[in-house]
Ligand binder design. Structure first.
Ligand SMILES: *Cc1c(COP(=O)(O)O)cnc(C)c1O
Length: 369
């Protein structure tokens, strides 16, 4: 029996020969970082591919979050979701901002707009939602609330590469959106990330801020940071962008396979595609109802692991349960019943472009057994 390891994700890698060709160009030019030609090219190509006005590349997906909060001078309290990767809340903490956790909507896993207003105080300055698993937030309702209270909206769109609602990029919602191009994401530059913004002035300011605030050899316009992407990873990113559509199509095939194979398994549920949405199939979470399925989520996780099939419990524990954040009033479990339920039942199945049919059969067999 095939017992080889099936990982939850697998990085999309550029063709080595082509990459070597671009590396030669970099070596010849001797321009290896600081807004080189591949960096400029990738920013343009990404803006076009993603259907957004402006993209600024970053060295990872955490620094654009931190920088967006700096650029908009966000202070005080920010409303956010506990059901995300921990970097979302860390970005607030690094800016001295108090995170205020609001519960999620069980239908999407995203911040529940109905619960946002009750969490607004005179100190609230912004909302930081996450399009979790690449499923779009209710951006319209969130914007209405933000406008009513004069709040900024920064989307952590780390999972939402290429996601569109009725033909429009979800990355155009809010004041800014941030992306992660980490190796584990749908589109990767090994490490990397980006910020999406609507106007040229903001793009210019962000470009200064990611380079220590330098606006010229002798001018520093603000307390910037160093979060520039280098030429080698920009070149890698240019090659990966050419194959990302095929990668997403392969992921869609995996999602369809799982949905068909698991639809009659008692106690196992999953999300369906949302109408009008172009999904990127970045994750495939299932939810285990222990009473109906007969086995707990953690037991299923361990059983799969013992058979060399690696799922991940994204997002367990909740960010609000980590020691740094546990003491906040909004971290009280009674404030976050849906988020707790989802975190305690979720298991993300292996989801990537390189899964074979026999891999998928092995995953499904383990769940059906
Ligand atoms: C991956 C991720 C990040 C962080 O991105 P890095 O590139 O790893 O710094 C932030 N938020 C979410 C929701 C993520 O999944």
């Amino acid at each position: 029996m095939d017992n080889s390891m099936i990982t939850v994700t697998s990085p999309l890698l550029p063709d080595l020969e082509e990459f070597h060709g671009l590396l030669k160009e970099i070596w010849n030019s001797k321009w290896i970082t600081n807004n080189g030609s591949f960096h400029q090219q990738l920013e343009k190509e990404l803006a076009e591919y993603l259907k957004v006005p402006y993209v600024s590349l970053f060295t990872n997906g955490t620094l654009p979050l931190i920088t967006a909060l700096q650029a908009l001078r966000i202070t005080g309290e920010v409303i956010t979701t506990p059901y995300s990767f921990v970097a979302t809340t860390h970005a607030l903490w690094w800016n001295g901002i108090k995170p205020v956790f609001v519960d999620i909507d069980m239908r999407t896993g995203n911040l529940d707009p109905d619960k946002i207003e009750a969490a607004i105080t005179p100190k609230t300055t912004a909302i930081m939602p996450v399009h979790v698993y690449g499923k779009p937030c209710d951006t319209k309702r969130i914007q209405e609330i933000a406008d009513r209270y004069g709040l900024k909206v920064i989307y952590d769109a780390a999972h939402a590469f290429g996601v569109e609602v009725n033909g429009e990029s979800v990355l155009n919602a809010g004041d800014m959106s941030t992306l992660s191009f980490h190796a584990t994401k749908v589109y990767n530059t090994i490490e990397g990330g980006a910020m999406v913004m609507r106007d040229e002035k903001t793009k210019q300011r962000i470009d200064y801020l990611k380079n220590f605030g330098f606006a010229g050899e002798t001018t520093v316009v603000g307390p910037g940071i160093n979060s520039k992407m280098d030429e080698i990873r920009a070149a890698y990113g240019i090659l990966n962008l050419r194959q990302v559509d095929a990668c997403i199509a392969a992921r869609q095939r995996v999602a369809n396979y799982y949905r068909e194979a698991l639809k009659d398994v008692e106690g196992i549920s999953f999300f369906m595609d949302m109408p009008g949405v172009k999904h990127n199939y970045s994750y495939f979470p299932i939810f285990v109802d222990e009473k109906k399925y007969g086995v707990s989520r953690d037991d299923l996780y361990s059983r799969m692991k013992a058979a060399n099939v690696l799922g991940r419990r994204y997002f367990y524990p909740l960010i609000s349960d980590f020691s740094t954040y546990r003491g906040l009033e909004s971290s009280d479990p009674s404030n976050l019943p849906n988020a707790h339920h989802m975190a305690n039942t979720v298991l993300c199945l292996p989801m990537h472009h390189a899964l074979s049919n026999s891999d998928l059969e092995r995953v499904v067999d383990l769940i059906k057994r």
